[in-house]
Ligand binder design. Sequence first.
Ligand SMILES: *[C@@H]1O[C@H](CO)[C@@H](O)[C@H](O)[C@H]1NC(C)=O
Ligand SMILES: *[C@@H]1O[C@H](CO)[C@@H](O)[C@H](O)[C@H]1NC(C)=O
Ligand SMILES: *[C@@H]1O[C@H](CO)[C@@H](O)[C@H](O)[C@H]1NC(C)=O
Ligand SMILES: *[C@@H]1O[C@H](CO)[C@@H](O)[C@H](O)[C@H]1NC(C)=O
Ligand SMILES: *[C@@H]1O[C@H](CO)[C@@H](O)[C@H](O)[C@H]1NC(C)=O
Ligand SMILES: *[C@@H]1O[C@H](CO)[C@@H](O)[C@H](O)[C@H]1NC(C)=O
Ligand SMILES: *[C@@H]1O[C@H](CO)[C@@H](O)[C@H](O)[C@H]1NC(C)=O
Ligand SMILES: *[C@@H]1O[C@H](CO)[C@@H](O)[C@H](O)[C@H]1NC(C)=O
Ligand SMILES: *[C@@H]1O[C@H](CO)[C@@H](O)[C@H](O)[C@H]1NC(C)=O
Ligand SMILES: *[C@@H]1O[C@H](CO)[C@@H](O)[C@H](O)[C@H]1NC(C)=O
Ligand SMILES: *[C@@H]1O[C@H](CO)[C@@H](O)[C@H](O)[C@H]1NC(C)=O
Length: 396
Amino acid sequence: MVSFRLPTTLALLAASVIAQDYGGNGPLGPDENGKYEISAEGIRGLFIPYGASISNLFVNDTNGIERDIVLGFDNATHYSEDPYHPHFGGVPGRYANRIKNSSFMIDGTEYHVLPNENNNNDTLHGGPHGWDYRNFTVVAHTTSSITFSLVDPDGEQGFPGEVVSYITYTMTPNEWHLKMVALSTTKKTPIMLSSHTYWNLDAFQNDDTALALNHTLYLPYSGQRIGADGILIPNGTILPNDLYSVNDFWSAPKQIGANFSSPDLLGNCGTNCTGYDTCYLVNRAQNGPYDWRTEGPVASLFSNFTGIQVDIFTDQDAFQVYSCGGQNGSIPLKSTQGLTDGSRPRVVEQYGCIVMEVEDWIDAINQPEWQRDKKNIFGPGDDPYVLEARYSFSVN
Ligand SMILES: *[C@@H]1O[C@H](CO)[C@@H](O)[C@H](O)[C@H]1NC(C)=O
Ligand SMILES: *[C@@H]1O[C@H](CO)[C@@H](O)[C@H](O)[C@H]1NC(C)=O
Ligand SMILES: *[C@@H]1O[C@H](CO)[C@@H](O)[C@H](O)[C@H]1NC(C)=O
Ligand SMILES: *[C@@H]1O[C@H](CO)[C@@H](O)[C@H](O)[C@H]1NC(C)=O
Ligand SMILES: *[C@@H]1O[C@H](CO)[C@@H](O)[C@H](O)[C@H]1NC(C)=O
Ligand SMILES: *[C@@H]1O[C@H](CO)[C@@H](O)[C@H](O)[C@H]1NC(C)=O
Ligand SMILES: *[C@@H]1O[C@H](CO)[C@@H](O)[C@H](O)[C@H]1NC(C)=O
Ligand SMILES: *[C@@H]1O[C@H](CO)[C@@H](O)[C@H](O)[C@H]1NC(C)=O
Ligand SMILES: *[C@@H]1O[C@H](CO)[C@@H](O)[C@H](O)[C@H]1NC(C)=O
Ligand SMILES: *[C@@H]1O[C@H](CO)[C@@H](O)[C@H](O)[C@H]1NC(C)=O
Ligand SMILES: *[C@@H]1O[C@H](CO)[C@@H](O)[C@H](O)[C@H]1NC(C)=O
């Protein structure tokens, strides 16, 4: 289907030299905090090379007050110093989410990648030095768009083959667009990317709550989810999100916290965990050939306090939701967020945010019966891995 060939390592190096040249000297270079700005009418975002991460996203609320609605740190240097590494706003790679037993088979060969979670029982987000622990190269930057690139060498973290990637973020009026392209240049290898953006649509400035439990979520195509064990490793099952059950976000929009008093929610995000850290499937097949740009959104998140709503359109077939049960007040808020009157600690509290990840079916490399290989394993000569999404903002 795609006949072009993107340049690989050499062309990329050349491009990075050019970008550094004008990035360092021109008006489009990073600001004093190491952040790169892109904007369009009604929307302004700041990005950093570390993990190709979004660090700030400003939109105006229903009263015209500007709010920074994603989590991050005040400066680019802090991302690699922060001891907790919450994968703030970055691109997990080369394989997002968890890999069971840190191993997988391709064409009869068993590969082992570096473990980094649950006492080394599994690999999360590409390993201890996954993509969102690395500084990407800025290869293009205009006032409305920025492209980051990373060359992931053969054998890095145990993954076979080199992968060359381009992450492009673009702003158009009230919309943030993501396009992620990755090419496997030498060997067949797993690739699954995502955007690990943390949201608080109140910018932590709601006097009544520092949490995101009152945000309303709607997943109209997600009647099913991937079953997982106590450490969130898929166990091969596809589970029904029964009508009115705690995982029913498809029959009607529902507040994230609506079912927090239900005993069913205990264990829903792993052993002893109350909340969500769940991979919902996106089932659009009954609509026939659909255009993801017009069909959908696959998800909508809304906060009544700011009136801000984000509608997420994507070509991806799964959608992870994490309700920030792992936060515990150890991470500082940015200076652009929170209350300044001293009435509340300026930290991210448990359930203070929501992570929403467009992606494919998680750990499908270890569930061959799901028949997702063409969306999870890529080799030289294959079409590139492509992820596209559009986050559309409105107020009501
Ligand atoms: C918010 O509104 C103000 C005043 O109209 C404007 O200057 C600012 O650019 C707006 N913010 C965004 C992100 O569009
Ligand atoms: C960078 O941000 C972190 C986290 O907010 C803060 O602790 C640190 O002082 C900042 N560093 C500089 C140089 O501003
Ligand atoms: C990545 O970039 C940050 C911010 O510019 C910098 O502090 C850090 O040293 C860089 N890390 C590496 C490994 O180059
Ligand atoms: C897990 O990986 C180890 C090697 O790292 C291997 O010995 C073991 O057989 C694997 N277990 C399963 C259940 O696949
Ligand atoms: C992880 O693996 C070890 C053995 O290597 C085991 O003792 C432990 O129970 C496993 N599970 C978790 C959640 O740590
Ligand atoms: C959050 O929603 C619940 C009902 O679901 C309501 O009782 C509570 O007052 C709301 N809190 C805020 C701060 O809006
Ligand atoms: C898989 O996990 C789900 C969710 O925890 C559970 O309901 C189901 O019984 C498990 N199935 C198997 C075969 O382990
Ligand atoms: C979850 O919350 C919704 C909306 O309030 C409610 O209709 C549903 O019965 C609740 N489900 C459970 C299992 O508590
Ligand atoms: C879960 O909680 C129970 C009761 O507090 C505790 O006994 C158990 O050790 C916990 N399990 C894990 C894996 O944390
Ligand atoms: C939503 O906010 C408006 C004011 O901004 C308030 O009047 C209304 O009661 C709120 N609705 C809910 C469900 O909290
Ligand atoms: C908060 O969580 C972090 C990371 O999981 C952990 O290192 C830290 O000890 C926890 N702090 C508290 C106060 O529980």
